[in-house]
Design a protein around this ligand. Structure first.
Ligand code: 2AM
Length: 711
């Protein structure tokens, strides 16, 4: 049957023993490289399991043809924005969404899909789900249950067992294809169990809204799968109570066989250091669309005794265009002191200026990671290209164990990356923000080769900051505001600041001034300003409504107020320029800890309220003592004020077709605000929670409930 078909593969591999020629196709849709690296890992592991895998990005449409694809296909799809498929998958999605495709268009296709998402954001895994449900509609068959991995709790919790179960599912697929005509059999039933047996991860839906969107957006079978996975998963909490020790200290509980975890992927890089000059290197910039710009101002917005230090920056961006609501990517280097320590620890300090040459080991089908430049100096690569602060993935921990001399250290590393040691890995590595250097400090007999770092450390990613200005008000400039992130000392590592915010704070220290003062050099314009590499990152949706008469409600406690400062500056200028126009009501719900310590942008916000740009400025203080009047139950958080103004908020959203914007912390604030919104809508419309959820989901669909949130 199959050999008669044309397509990418002319060989009748299904009738061969699967060890010989079992070939499948991996397609990934990646936004920031995670789906790609997982796809590449599957590709590498395939060989170990006797398969041959071809791998392509979904955007390379000329390199694959699903219309005649007879190989099983494994999709790895991430999610971006408001639950959208990644940019690299957009064309593909448009293609399969074509309404003229017949319902059996993909009836020949057997596939498995791994969806990546983050339950801190709305529309969990929706990128993968969109593709999955459309493929189902067009008749494609699952040969393995879809996995939904959550970056909020650690992708590997689902990804690792999902990949582990994939090999058996593929074997069954190949053998059933070879032995009988399975054209009309959905293979997912016989392999779902395999996944459930392996799944130590839970598919968690953190908020009710997620559950609701899940119910609304998914087919029934998908939501049933979600439940099945949850109930079958290993009880991580029970494990943690018996296993908890410390990062370093092993609990001799696991049997030797439990520790028998193979190192995957096998090493594939060979790194050579050449004593040649590598002078003249700067940051990896122009080719990726970055621009080096000056930081013209840096102002500390908070008092010295505030809980957090907030800093605002002004950058000279001359002709780079942006709209309020857009963000900018900022390139930041790893800390010089950490790079030095790493070089010292790896015994490479004297070679830091050597040029690095990276080659693939013989017979390897892997690829040299694109983010490692050829001939860059070692110091440059460790400073600008690799995320040395990232928590080492389990595969990395496993590989490190192979280069650890001391037997109890080695055992502990093996425990941490074993399936049974999952809870320990989560609490001592992932949740503790442990990085490679911390592990090397804790395990002194571990001495990995450089090639291992290059294989496992991810690309150093730029950090995105929302613009806190409008170019109408500040031509040629953009402002950002951020809190200097502080990680307190833990047994696993010393106190430290966040990579980018800590670097920026140090970088601008020579021009940093307290609020309300002018720095001498600013008046005289003498000292050279610090510079930074930025790249505009336009937001698809987080913008003011085009029609200024549409009312808006903005919710942004803390530095979440940033984009709204941009919105309001824009509106202030538009009002000045067009006094005849009608402007809708404009509400801002802001919150901070202390009125006198961290009321960010206080003067500017009061000016907006005074001149009518803001019709309502509603501020709460979470840690101030009650006022002299001793008001009981005063609002402490933005959502309390939302409740107090429930009638107005409901009427803006439900009657006046207004928009609600939420910016700031995803983990707590955005969820609580969402819950409050459900209550407000439920009460106003006298409907139950599920119907309120549907209404809120509708607001999201209409892009009238927009979030710019981070965790
Ligand atoms: P807290 O630190 O006193 O708890 C800006 O960060 C403001 O957001 C602070 O006043 C902070 O209060 C508050 N905040 C903390 N958790 C919040 C939540 N779940 N919802 C709304 N605001 C919150």
């Amino acid at each position: 049957r199959i050999s008669g078909r044309d397509g990418a593969n002319q060989i009748d591999f299904y009738s061969m023993p699967c060890e010989v020629a079992a070939r499948f196709l991996i397609l990934y849709g990646s936004q920031r490289g995670q789906a790609q690296s997982i796809a590449e890992e599957i590709c590498q592991q395939a060989a170990e399991h006797g398969f041959t895998a071809d791998i392509n990005c979904l955007s390379n449409q000329h390199k694959y043809n699903l219309d005649s694809e007879i190989r099983p296909v494994v999709f790895v799809i991430s999610t971006t924005g408001d639950g959208d498929p990644p940019d690299t998958a957009q064309k593909f999605v448009r293609k399969i969404k074509n309404k003229s495709l017949p319902h059996n268009h993909f009836s020949h296709l057997h596939y498995a899909l791994l969806a990546l998402g983050d339950t801190n954001y709305a529309n969990f895994c929706n990128g993968g789900k969109t593709i999955d449900s459309r493929l189902q509609q067009l008749g494609a068959k699952h040969f393995y249950a879809t996995g939904h991995a959550d970056d909020g709790t650690g992708l590997e919790v689902v990804v690792d067992p999902w990949i582990e179960g994939l090999w058996d599912a593929l074997k069954k697929t190949f053998s059933s294809m070879a032995t009988s005509d399975q054209q009309d059999t959905d293979l997912s039933d016989c392999t779902q169990d395999d996944f459930h047996k392996n799944a130590s991860g839970q598919e968690k839906y953190k908020s009710d809204l997620e559950v609701d969107l899940h119910l609304l957006k998914l087919s029934e079978t998908d939501s049933q799968k979600g439940k099945a996975i949850t109930s079958d998963s290993i009880d991580v909490e029970t494990l943690s109570t018996v296993l908890v020790a410390s990062l370093k200290q092993s609990v001799p509980l696991l049997s030797e066989s439990a520790l028998n975890v193979p190192a995957l992927p096998a090493s594939y890089l060979e790194v050579r250091l050449e004593q040649v000059s590598t002078e003249g290197e700067t940051v990896p910039s122009d080719k990726d669309g970055y621009h080096e710009v000056s930081i013209s101002k840096a102002v500390q917005l908070t008092q010295d005794d505030a809980v957090k230090t907030a800093i605002s920056l002004e950058l000279d961006i001359s002709n780079l265009a942006y709209q309020p609501g857009d963000a900018f990517d900022i390139l930041c280097p790893n800390r010089a002191s950490e790079v030095e320590e790493l070089l010292l620890r790896l015994d490479l300090q004297t070679q830091k200026n050597c040029a690095v040459q990276v080659n693939l080991l013989k017979n390897s089908t892997a690829k040299i990671p694109l983010h490692i430049p050829q001939n860059g100096s070692l110091q440059f690569i460790l400073t600008w290209c690799l995320e040395i602060r990232s928590a080492p993935k389990k595969a990395f921990v496993r590989a490190l164990a192979d280069f650890t001399q001391n037997s109890s250290e080695k055992r502990r590393l093996l425990e941490l990356c074993s399936k049974e040691g999952s809870a320990d890995y989560n609490s001592f590595v992932r949740d503790a923000n442990v990085c490679l250097l911390d592990l090397l400090r804790a395990f002194p007999s571990c001495l990995p080769p450089l090639s291992l770092l290059f294989e496992h450390l991810p690309k150093l990613q730029p950090r995105a900051y929302s613009a806190a200005s409008s170019s109408l008000q500040h031509p040629g400039k953009v402002h950002f505001v951020f809190n200097v992130v502080e990680f307190p000392a833990r047994p696993e590592h010393p106190a430290r600041t966040g990579l980018c915010t800590g670097w920026l704070a140090d970088h601008v220290s020579s021009i940093l001034r307290p609020l309300g003062t002018v720095l001498a050099s600013e008046r005289l314009g003498t000292s050279a300003p610090p510079k930074v590499h930025v790249r505009p990152r336009p937001s698809g949706t987080f913008h003011l409504p085009a029609d200024p008469s549409v009312p808006v409600v903005m919710v942004g406690p803390g530095t979440g107020v940033a984009p709204f400062i941009g919105f309001l500056q824009q509106r202030e200028k538009e009002r000045e320029a067009n006094q005849e126009a009608t402007f809708g009501e404009t509400w801002l719900f802001f919150g901070c800890r202390h009125k006198d310590k961290d009321f960010l942008f206080r003067e500017e916000l009061e000016r907006f309220a005074h001149n009518g740009t803001l019709s309502h400025l509603i501020v709460c203080f979470s840690r101030d003592e009650p006022d002299a009047a001793g008001t009981v139950n005063r609002p402490t958080y933005v959502q309390h004020n939302l409740s107090l103004h429930a009638k107005n908020v409901a009427s803006i959203l439900l009657k006046d077709k207004g928009s609600l914007y939420v910016c700031g912390d995803a983990k707590n604030m955005a969820k609580d605000v969402n819950d409050t919104l459900l209550e407000i809508i439920g009460n106003e419309l006298q409907i139950d929670k599920l119907d309120a959820m549907k209404t809120v989901a509708g607001l999201r669909e209409e892009k009238r409930y927009l979030q710019d949130i981070w965790s």
